[in-house]
Design a protein around this ligand. Structure first.
Ligand SMILES: [Ca+2]
Ligand SMILES: [Ca+2]
Length: 307
């Protein structure tokens, strides 16, 4: 009898252990399964990202209207395409459109940027080295050999221009000028993490002394009409020999826009520039005549833009 009791006890204990193991198993197994599934899904996503980004990068090598950069700062590269460049400047296509690796649209430029001059190049820039977001820099052809540059960053689903005023009224509050293609200097001069932009111009030591000749003067009269006198002075300037490069305007990104650097702020950044590039001079070291010439020329081309 005692033997039977002991056996019964043992059986009950064994049964309890088995129930406990099954119970624990049925509790642990779904968790284990979920983890496995999550792992597989993560690997699938990683493979999708890798393949999509690689395919885009190959495409971007052949298409200058496309960039593969991380515009929303989530650590995964996105696809930015200039729809104007790809589909034409008919006022309907946005300047830029971005999609993520899932092909979801994550950003577009506002309609007021739907009409722009011919694009020369498109590249990336980091406005703030502490922010993972990458921005777009677009250069456009302006005038005869001048160019203008637009910086764009993604905010809340919109690619907004980063201008040199806090509240821009039109695209010209956001276009940085360069006297020649590729001439805009874009780098962090004082290494504070925020990008600086320098509009470079030239001094004209012989300003005002070049003779155009009556043939050219007559042509300018015919072509430029009311602004012929200004055009003649600009033509004289272009014929006179260029001196050193000048740091005409310096701007620094302040987290919101490119703030014009004036007074001591200008001097401090300009000195760093002169140290790094000895052929560049400060605007404040130019002759008054040279300054007036550059002002005339820059005003002349922006007058042309307004027409
Ligand atoms: Ca991204
Ligand atoms: Ca800086």
């Amino acid at each position: 009898m005692r033997k039977l009791k002991t056996r019964l006890k043992k059986t009950t204990l064994l049964f309890a252990i088995v129930v406990l193991i099954i119970g624990m198993g049925s509790f642990i197994y779904p968790k284990y399964k979920l983890k496995q599934e999550q792992k597989v899904e993560k690997q699938r996503q990683e493979k999708l990202i890798e393949e999509t980004v690689l395919q885009w990068e190959l495409e971007a090598e052949l298409n200058e209207d496309m960039l593969v950069i991380d515009v929303d700062g989530d650590g995964i590269k996105d696809n930015v395409t200039s729809m104007i460049m790809r589909w034409g400047n008919d006022g309907e296509n946005p300047l830029l459109s971005a999609i993520n690796y899932k092909k979801e649209k994550i950003g577009v430029t506002p309609d007021w940027l739907n009409s722009t001059p011919a694009m020369i190049s498109m590249r990336k820039a980091k406005l703030d080295s502490n922010n993972p977001k990458e921005s777009v820099v677009m250069e456009f052809l302006e005038g005869t050999h001048q160019s203008s540059t637009l910086f764009l960053k993604l905010d809340d689903g919109m690619f907004m221009p980063v201008c040199f005023v806090s509240e821009p009224n039109d695209p010209y509050d956001c276009l940085f000028n360069a006297i020649e293609i590729g001439g805009l200097m874009v780098e962090d001069l004082n290494e504070d993490g925020n990008l600086d932009v320098v509009e470079i111009d030239y001094e004209y030591p012989q300003a005002g002394r070049a003779e155009l000749g009556s043939k050219i003067e007559n042509t300018i009269d015919e072509v430029f009409g009311e602004v012929a006198e200004a055009a003649k002075r600009v033509a004289q300037q272009e014929q006179s020999e260029r001196g050193r490069r000048v740091a005409w305007n310096i701007y620094s990104y302040n987290g919101n826009y490119f703030e014009p650097q004036l007074g001591d702020d200008y001097t401090s950044l300009a000195l760093r520039l002169v140290n790094k590039y000895p052929d560049i001079m400060k605007k404040t070291d130019m002759s008054q005549e040279s300054i007036e010439y550059v002002e005339l020329s820059r005003g002349f081309w922006s007058h042309k833009y307004d027409e």
